[in-house]
Design a binder for this molecule. Structure first.
Ligand code: SAH
Length: 398
């Protein structure tokens, strides 16, 4: 007898699942059979009764279920997680040379077939985020598999995301396996050392997705005066200084991030004189720098997410327009602007249009030199476009 609870979808609402998109919204469900608890596995069926997927039920969320598998023979559980995590690790091994970094995202949620699960490796420490009801239900099994396959004995949890709250769970953070490290957690990325605050830093401690873009910017920075907006713990600044930038002025509104940035500078033996740090709101600081008559020949804009979903796109567009316009007013002719958006709700096309609008208002002619995306440990599945959130442009002011 099959006792697994079943969701039956409304007529026509099977379409996104047939395209292998992993989310089932509450409005798509016609009937719930059985009494699934939060995180339980449910079978998902089309209105005609045909099997669509196995999913994790999440009664508190608008995303009422997230797909574990589209294959009826593939029952969710430790074996399935083991295969998914092995595939995720194999992808990283193939894409990221060992010498490039000892910090990388091993599992990137839906894009690795594990909705709600993020696992980042920082040297010998693993930092996990369990952001879905399904991951919470399988917490022990997932962590066991991750520890075994990654070889990291020490695991910190950083399940303090908004997504987890929407699934009806309180934040959960702290050391969950192994023993606490003696000192600060340290990583090496493209030859640059960083201290990472996994316990209290943003995200799981570091913006791994910008790894290769930081290196690229560093290679273009030689001999330039740089303005680095939204600097966090100094990633773009250190890369630029290593690449021979004359000076870097970095701005962030977070005091603790700037403290760490300064420690990172010292950690790499860079003379402090070439780096200036400013705790300020970038929107205001860009205006103030104009009043002071400052000019730069490389500007980086790497703001936080302004638009998590497409419905926030308009408000976000105003934010992007503002910082890009005001940055361009500080950029010399021949100068470079590396401008990023990590808003899932803003497409690459829209982002480029916004930047073009800012350039028109600034009276600047810009050559599109390069396009950027997230590093390969943040893979993108074509059926899950939400996974492609980070985009960037490198523009030269003519
Ligand atoms: N470039 C960084 C990541 C930037 S993340 C890296 O490579 O590591 C975005 C940063 O913007 C965060 O550090 C956050 O503290 C900061 N921030 C958010 N809003 C801000 C604002 N209005 N003004 C200045 N900094 C802001």
């Amino acid at each position: 007898m099959n006792v697994t609870p079943q969701l039956t979808l409304k007529q026509g609402r099977e379409r996104s699942l047939l395209r292998r998109h992993p989310w089932i919204f509450s409005g798509a469900i016609a009937e719930v059979r059985g009494t699934p608890h939060t995180g339980d596995t449910v079978g998902v069926r089309a209105a005609d009764g045909s099997f669509l997927a196995w999913a994790a039920y999440s009664p508190a969320s608008q995303i009422r279920a997230r797909v574990w598998s589209f294959d009826e023979t593939e029952i969710p559980g430790p074996d399935l997680f083991g295969r998914r995590i092995a595939a995720a690790l194999a992808l990283r091994r193939a894409e990221i040379p060992l010498e490039a970094t000892d910090a990388l995202r091993l599992v990137h949620g839906e894009s690795d077939g594990l909705p709600g699960l993020v696992a980042d490796r920082y040297a010998d420490t693993l930092v996990v985020q369990l952001a879905s009801a399904g991951c919470e239900r399988w917490r022990e099994a997932l962590i066991e598999v991750l520890r075994g396959q990654s070889g990291c004995a020490r695991v910190y949890e950083r399940s303090d995301t908004e997504g987890r709250e929407l699934e009806g769970f309180a934040a959960s953070t702290g050391l969950i396996a192994g023993t606490a490290a003696d000192g600060p957690l340290e990583i090496v990325e493209h030859g640059i050392r960083y201290e990472v605050d996994a316990a209290a830093g943003q995200k799981t401690g570091f913006y791994l997705d910008q790894r290769d873009n930081r290196r690229r910017v560093g290679r273009l920075a030689g001999g330039r005066e740089m303005l680095n907006c939204f600097c966090y713990t100094g990633g773009f600044a250190l890369s630029a200084l290593a690449g021979g930038a004359c000076s870097v002025l970095s701005i962030d509104s977070s005091g603790p991030a700037l403290e760490l940035a300064k420690r990172n500078l010292a950690l790499n033996g860079v003379e402090a004189g070439r780096a200036e740090w400013l705790e300020a709101d970038v929107f205001g600081a860009l205006r103030k720098l104009q009043l002071e008559g400052r000019q730069f020949d490389f500007i980086v804009l790497d703001p936080p997410k302004f638009a998590p979903t497409p419905k926030d796109a308009e408000r976000a567009a105003r934010g992007y327009k503002d910082i890009n316009l005001n940055a361009l007013r500080l950029l010399r002719r021949g100068g470079l602007l590396a401008t990023f958006s990590c808003s899932g709700g803003v497409s690459p096309e829209l982002f480029q249009k916004i930047v073009a609008g800012a350039a028109a208002d600034a009276g600047a002619s810009l050559l599109l030199r390069e396009r950027y995306r997230a590093a390969p440990d943040h893979p993108v599945r074509i059926e899950f476009p939400e996974g492609e959130y980070l985009k960037g442009l490198l523009l030269e002011r003519l």
